[in-house]
Design a protein around this ligand. Structure first.
Ligand code: SAH
Length: 350
């Protein structure tokens, strides 16, 4: 017996519905209600026979997860800590963050919905020393149903306009499940290619084999530094992969998909925010079709890293734009409630 509706394939759902006394087409109705309309209660699916509603309510929960925490910050950002049961009787929690447009921003005035930040793994094997998510290594991959469920839970907090796959985990190490989930939410959530960004540390071979399939998302690559020896330390799982190979795979991605890559740079005071970093980065990216997103470090306990002052961030950005690059700064949101992703989970398991 599968644990929840979102864990089932279309065929499996149809079998369960028929076994519960329904007709095959009722499975499609349920799918439209849950994914399309966000109805999370069988009692409200009045297009279904009453007896079927009762049977399903007793037998097949729509959602698998338990909401362990929902922390709402003053700026409207809500961090969900979702606990998913494991097959073996245990459980695992991940974070999903619902980020409405900033108050009084252009996006808010335009009536845009929130950006949802979703996780792909429980923990992370990459172990970047500045990141909370990889502190305890990888527990397991999330399933396609569990990734889909984050979208469903997130939308229940308010309409979504965009999604970023930048929560806990390395998406390119769980690609089949991620792609299946994105496929399921694309039409009903209106989250097409331009509305979804997937961030990865950049596995060149995986990027090269995926690019020709033109997957339905924008690509962001966590570069963090233009120096190979330092990247080996900051992104340990990529040790031995020269930055040039990552950049070449990014160029190939652009050629194959027609979509520019965004290179992410975590700015760690005195470590990655120096003038030398900016000028070397500008030189390495010069002439490439791409942009840069600067992420001022969000404090993580005992990491030993510090967040640069706003002036240092602006100076870094200025050096890049002076060199002709497109560079933006990511604002951290929900700061007073552990802005760095993975911290809620770390605390909950401490
Ligand atoms: N595993 C993917 C997704 C990670 S989260 C990846 O590495 O790309 C998205 C971005 O946030 C990554 O660039 C990641 O390096 C960065 N990040 C992680 N911890 C951070 C922190 N404490 N402060 C700022 N950025 C952080």
């Amino acid at each position: 017996m599968a644990a929840s509706l979102l864990a089932l394939s279309e065929e499996e759902l149809e079998r369960r519905v028929v076994a519960a006394g329904g007709r095959p087409f009722h499975a499609r109705v349920i799918g439209e209600q849950v994914l399309g309309a966000g109805v999370l209660d069988y009692a409200r699916m009045t297009a279904l026979p009453r007896s079927l509603r009762g049977r399903l309510a007793a037998e097949l929960p729509i959602l698998a997860s338990v909401e362990r925490a929902a922390v709402r910050a003053a700026d409207g950002t809500t961090r969900l800590l979702l606990w998913f049961p494991d097959a073996d009787g245990g459980g695992a929690s991940v974070e999903t963050v619902h980020i409405p447009p900033r108050p009084r921003s252009r996006a808010e005035r335009a009536g845009n919905g929130a950006t949802l930040c979703v996780s792909t793994q429980v923990g992370c094997p990459v172990a970047c020393p500045f990141c909370a998510s990889g502190r305890a290594g990888l527990r397991r991959n999330l399933t396609a149903g569990e990734i889909t469920e984050q979208f469903v839970r997130g939308r229940a907090l308010g309409p979504l306009s965009r999604a970023v796959v930048m929560g806990i985990g390395e998406p390119f190490l769980n690609l089949p499940a991620l792609l299946a989930a994105l496929e399921r939410v694309r039409a009903p959530f209106g989250l097409g290619t331009r509305k979804v960004t997937v961030s990865t540390v950049g596995f060149p071979e995986r990027l090269r084999s995926l690019a020709p399939t033109r997957p339905p998302f924008q690509l962001a690559i966590s570069l963090h530094t233009p120096f190979d020896a330092q990247r080996d330390e900051l992104v340990p799982a990529m040790r031995g992969t020269p930055i040039e190979e990552v950049l070449t795979a990014g160029d190939d991605w652009f050629e194959r998909t027609g979509r520019e890559v965004t290179y992410e740079m975590v700015l760690l005071a005195g470590v990655t925010d120096t003038a030398d970093h900016a000028s070397t980065l500008a030189r390495r990216l010069g002439g490439r079709r791409c942009s840069v997103n600067l992420i001022p470090f969000n404090a993580v306990e005992d990491s030993g890293f510090r967040r640069p002052a706003p002036a240092a961030v602006e100076a870094f950005r200025g050096r890049l734009t002076d060199a002709g690059l497109v560079a933006t700064v990511r604002h951290s949101r929900g700061a007073e409630s552990d802005a760095a992703c993975g911290q809620l989970r770390l605390r909950s398991e401490a």
